[in-house]
Write a protein that binds this ligand. Structure first.
Ligand code: TNX
Length: 531
């Protein structure tokens, strides 16, 4: 019965899609959910041409991959997503053929860049082509979203498994599309971080910024200063046991992130936010006295001792060991809320520390206070101000941007995932205000900061501070449904930006999160389908 309806339904969808209108209203009837319109994806694809017959995955479908390690690996990843719910065998093969699910790496189409892809779907095949493996992987995420939400379940479901006919050609707006997890205020295990990585990958996020140190805990083993982890990592907000990553565990996170085409950006926050380090080694303190470990949530009370030579031995060792563990380009040195460091000391400190980052082959990222010192050539500043931030502070950042400092935009009153949604939502802080879903999505990174050239914007990042967040269920609830909106700001062309269309696409993600076991905030701003 359902299939008989499909051609007529499809005709309607095509007409509507051609008119550039979004397709699914709130609470569509069950039969209408059979074929997801090609454009109903988060982040919105750059270009959609809906035409032709749908492709159907069946028990005989094969996943045909190029004869390359990366394509084969991505093919197996896709098979692992599809097998439990479809109940099909879905063998991955490098036998060429014109049918099935085809994953192809070809350098031909320069316009796709390293992260773009083309997805073509028709009667006999759905073919994803990309220049680089990251593009192929992002195309696979799109394919997942074009299948019914039940495809995400881990037990056999009825289907049918149809992919609407036509072509998506898709490339990202920005190269830096990040999410930050604060593993210092509360510690999160390797498995919890992997779970978040999988969620980020669904939305084509390509940077995982790990906030590895703060007043409440030091979370990465450093061989030359072992007490940082063993003592400085031994607690967390509220006084729990804390924890830290051994080098092998950190490498495991990096490897897992890499397999999902995310680059890990590690942060060691300094010169402030350093109580855990100061507590671990008395000699790092100007008075030579180690303070006690800290389990509260105040900020701005700690500082490394800027005048002591040992401070720079410490920084050099930490950055050297961390850089050696990190294949990515960036190393984040924090630099925020150094309220216990004089301005003069702050500038002197940053002048000494940034060259250490360069010495170990990494590019500096710092919170935007770094623009109050002299950002190194090539450094990125991460802006975390709000609408109410003073014009002078915004101008300081904009002036640095005009001078060549790249920007990552993380406005706290838009994309801080630790802000409460409303006064009644249980978790989160509210110092930057309440951040509902529309507020989080409805701004343009391209002309956000007055006086900063659009070309200085490298992308966006959604930080999740964890003073009030201590479990994966908490992460789910704070990140969903805001995170996909930030991911879309990073990926989709500005021309697709439209809250009314977005909220309908976002609503269609709800059943996917249900299927994946992601508990989300059911914002009244979003027309979730009836359960
Ligand atoms: C400000 S944003 C901080 C963090 C807190 C956060 C809580 C920034 C660079 N610093 O230390 O965790 O607010 O929202």
């Amino acid at each position: 019965m359902r299939q008989h309806r499909t051609p007529r339904l499809l005709g309607t969808l095509l007409l509507v899609a051609a008119a550039g209108i979004s397709v699914v209203g709130a609470a569509p009837a069950a039969a209408d959910r059979t074929v997801t319109p090609l454009g109903q994806v988060v982040p919105a694809p750059a270009s959609v041409d809906a035409s032709g017959s749908p492709y159907r995955i069946t028990g005989g479908t094969r996943i045909r991959v190029d004869d390359s390690r990366e394509a084969r690996r991505i093919g197996s990843y896709l098979a692992e997503v599809l097998r439990p719910s479809t109940g099909y065998r879905l063998p991955v093969t490098d036998d060429s053929g014109r049918d099935g699910i085809r994953l192809q790496l070809t350098r031909k189409d320069a316009a796709l860049g390293e992260e773009g892809y083309r997805l073509k779907s028709g009667k006999g095949a759905v073919t994803i082509t990309a220049r680089g493996p990251a593009g192929l992987f992002h195309g696979v995420q799109t394919l997942r979203q074009l299948l019914p939400a039940a495809v995400e379940k881990d037990s056999a479901q009825p289907g049918p498994w149809l992919v609407a006919g036509g072509t998506i050609t898709d490339t990202p707006r920005y190269g830096y599309r990040g999410a930050m997890l604060d593993v210092s205020r509360h510690f999160f295990t390797v498995d919890q971080v992997k779970r978040y990585i999988d969620q980020l990958a669904l939305y084509k996020v390509n940077k995982l910024h790990l906030h590895l140190s703060d007043d409440q805990g030091w979370r990465i083993a450093i061989d030359s200063w072992p007490r940082l982890a063993t003592y400085g990592g031994s607690t967390q907000v509220g006084g729990g046991p804390g924890g830290y990553y051994t080098k092998a565990q950190y490498k495991d996170i990096v490897k897992y992130a890499t397999s999902r085409y995310l680059e890990v950006v590690p942060e060691i926050d300094m010169p402030g936010h350093t109580n855990a380090a100061l507590a671990s080694y008395a000699e790092l303190n100007c008075d030579g006295v180690a303070p006690p470990l800290y389990t509260g949530t105040e900020v701005g009370f700690s500082s490394l001792c800027v005048d002591k030579p040992v401070t720079y031995d410490f920084v050099d060792d930490v950055i050297r060991e961390l850089a050696a563990l990190t294949p990515g380009e960036y190393l984040h040195i924090g630099g925020d809320e150094a309220h216990s460091t004089s301005h003069e000391d702050y500038v002197a400190f940053m002048d000494k520390v940034q060259p250490i980052v360069a010495k170990y082959g990494k590019t500096v990222v710092g919170w935007h206070q770094l623009t109050g010192a002299t950002p190194a050539k090539g450094a990125l500043a991460q802006y975390w101000g709000l609408d109410s931030t003073s014009a002078a502070e915004k101008e300081q950042v904009a002036a640095a941007a005009r001078n060549g400092t790249g920007l990552i935009l993380s406005p706290a009153d838009r994309v801080y995932l630790d802000m409460k949604y409303t006064k009644d939502t249980p978790l989160g802080l509210d110092w930057a205000g309440y951040v509902e879903v529309q507020r989080s999505y409805d701004w343009d990174p391209g002309n956000y900061l007055p006086g900063a050239p659009g070309s200085s914007v490298q992308g966006v990042e959604a930080p999740l501070w964890t003073e009030t967040v201590s479990t994966s269920a908490h992460i789910d609830y704070m990140a969903f449904p805001r995170l996909p909106g930030v991911a879309e700001l990073g990926w989709s062309p500005a021309s697709t930006h439209d809250w009314d269309a977005y909220k309908v696409r976002l609503a269609a993600q709800g059943p996917r999160w249900d299927a994946l076991g992601i508990g989300y905030y059911r914002s009244p701003q979003v027309p979730w389908p009836a359960e």
